[in-house]
Design a protein around this ligand. Structure first.
Ligand code: OGA
Ligand code: NI
Length: 313
């Protein structure tokens, strides 16, 4: 999957290079909804600090981490761990901290670690930089689709931004266990920084391809609402995290979700006049409810919002 070689975003500021950078992004979006970027404008000094606060937090004794424990439901804020070995089927093997960063009214600081002391300000600075990067990427992706630069940003509405610190400790049964089972992300666009290899993306013919870890790169993946808004032109890719037996792997995942009351629908410009839209209109809240209800029977959740159409697989 040659497109997972990082795309150099600094080229966007250079008239001669910009068309090729845009074309590389368009090709990756069309192929698998996954790409990596370097020279993305987020200072290395800041990404280093973000990883450092994550590492320091996970290294705390368990009882100090449990002070921030969240409820065991999807999307709950706070600290959690799922360390389950099971012979029958792969299970989660990870610790995590999930925090809501936007809108500001959703920042529940009681879940934000106070150790290390610089945790809060680092996360605030990092997620502000990632919001800006998400907007820049959404603008390029919109234009690649022939839409106005602000189209996707407006279509997603007021951003609900979350950050998840993922930590996958060494696993005694690494071959039989997954850090995070196969899924596609549900919102708009996800920007992930990984420390160590372990992220895999679904490739053609049911195989998994490792997303190589490049220094100072971000992995970007399109999520389910972009698939709906682009009327299936861009797919949200299935991906998963594997674990290994000898070292801890961490990743830092920043999600950009639509507002819950945002109406999501295929962009009219991308709907074929004869075939019609491939997905039905929905409020994002409905999508979250469907996710929580788990009623998608082995299929991709986004398929349950498809209008019965043989073109959708
Ligand atoms: C996620 C995710 C992969 C990883 O958090 O949604 O896909 O490598 N994480 O941690
Ligand atoms: Ni994911």
């Amino acid at each position: 999957m040659a497109t997972l070689k990082p795309i150099d975003l600094s080229g966007l500021n250079d008239e001669r290079l910009a068309p090729s950078v845009r074309a590389q992004i368009a090709e990756s979006c069309e192929k698998n909804g996954f790409f990596q970027v370097i020279n993305h404008g987020v200072p290395v000094e800041l990404t280093d600090r973000l990883r450092a606060v994550g590492r320091k937090f996970f290294d705390l004794p368990k009882d100090e981490k449990l002070v921030y424990a969240g409820k065991p439901v999807i999307g709950a804020e706070g600290y959690g761990s799922r360390m389950v070995l099971n012979d029958a089927e792969p299970k989660f093997w990870r610790e995590f901290v999930e925090l809501h960063t936007l809108p500001l009214s959703e920042r529940h600081y009681n879940y934000w670690p106070q150790q290390p002391a610089e945790f809060r300000e680092t996360v605030e600075e990092y997620t502000a930089a990632l919001l800006d990067l998400a907007h820049r990427l959404l603008a390029v992706i919109s234009e690649n689709l022939g839409l106005k630069p602000t189209y996707l940003k407006e279509a997603l509405g007021e951003a609900q931004q979350n950050i998840v610190f993922q930590c996958y400790p060494p696993c005694p049964e690494a071959g039989k266990t997954l850090g995070l089972p196969a899924h596609s992300d549900v919102g708009g666009i996800t920007i992930l920084m990984q420390e160590g290899d372990g992220l895999q993306v679904a490739a053609a013919s049911d195989t998994w391809e490792l997303v190589p870890n490049y220094p100072n790169a971000f992995v970007v993946n399109l999520a389910d609402q972009i698939e709906i808004i682009t009327n299936g032109r861009y797919k949200s890719a299935n991906h998963r995290a594997i674990v290994n037996s000898d070292r801890t792997r961490r990743s830092y995942v920043t999600f950009y979700h639509p507002a819950k009351d945002q109406k999501i629908f295929p962009a009219p410009e991308l709907v074929d006049a004869t075939a019609g839209p491939l997905y039905r209109e929905l409020f994002y809240l409905e999508y979250l409810q469907a996710l929580a209800a788990g009623r998608f029977g082995g299929k991709r959740l986004v398929q349950s919002f498809a209008i019965n159409n043989p073109l959708i697989s």
